[in-house]
Design a protein around this ligand. Structure first.
Ligand SMILES: [Zn+2]
Length: 228
């Protein structure tokens, strides 16, 4: 199905995780495989395996993948995803009310660079796996934030960008169901979710727990080797 007409090109921000991989299959369904490409950010994440997973997922789906380096987040430090000295915690920070896996500004910067990359390639449709339901409470995943950013990008680059967020209002269970419906279940075996960078996954961190709950509630076996 291509409700936007032939030739509408889309860029998927692909992290190598379950959600962005589901979005990749959503984009292929909506825009057609030949019109979809993916962009991955090397932001100094501790778990380099994510970048490799993104490449593998894109190759398996038959779409191009580019990786852009942004090492500034690691230089900023202070979060558990880029700083080796900080362990992932379950509980929220008492002051900010946010998990310590929150990388301030990450999605804002990712989508801004994605738009700049898309601008150069005549792509107007951007796709991201952010969601405000059932997730970690990151403020840059909220619909309000994405709508405001979309308005800024349109103004700032003089281009009619649309940021598609197919998972915005879905629970993890519904995200699993979407992946299955779009033929993306097998690709889930290639994704990476664990905040501790473990493969097979640790099963204990917030990301592993959310993922396991989603598959369990959907009544689907997670094809990821070693997943609960
Ligand atoms: Zn884990």
């Amino acid at each position: 199905m291509n409700i936007n007409g032939a030739g509408t090109k889309a860029l998927v921000v692909l992290s190598g995780g379950q959600d962005s991989t589901t979005c990749l299959y959503w984009a292929i369904d909506r825009f057609g495989r030949d019109n979809v490409s993916t962009l991955t950010f090397d932001y100094g994440q501790r778990h380099r395996i994510e970048i490799e997973c993104a490449r593998t997922v894109a190759a398996a789906a038959g779409v191009a993948n580019a990786c852009l380096p942004i090492d500034t987040f690691a230089a900023l430090g202070g979060d558990a995803l880029t700083d080796d000295a900080i362990a992932v915690r379950q509980e929220l920070d008492a002051d900010s009310g946010l998990p310590n896996t929150f990388v301030p500004g990450r999605n804002l910067v990712f989508l801004t660079f994605a738009a700049a990359y898309a601008w150069q390639r005549d792509i107007d449709e951007l796709v991201t796996g952010v969601a405000q339901t059932d997730y970690s409470g990151y403020p840059d995943c909220r619909e309000e934030t994405i709508e405001a950013l979309q308005a800024s990008l349109r103004l700032g680059m003089e281009r009619d960008f649309t940021i598609h967020t197919p998972l915005m209002h879905l629970s993890k269970k519904q995200t699993v169901e979407m992946a299955v419906a779009l033929g993306g279940l097998e690709a889930m075996a290639l994704t990476h979710t664990c905040y501790n960078g473990e493969r097979p996954p640790c099963g204990q961190c917030p990301a592993c727990i959310l993922r396991a709950r989603g598959f369990s509630e959907a009544g689907i076996d997670d094809p990821l080797p070693g997943a609960a």
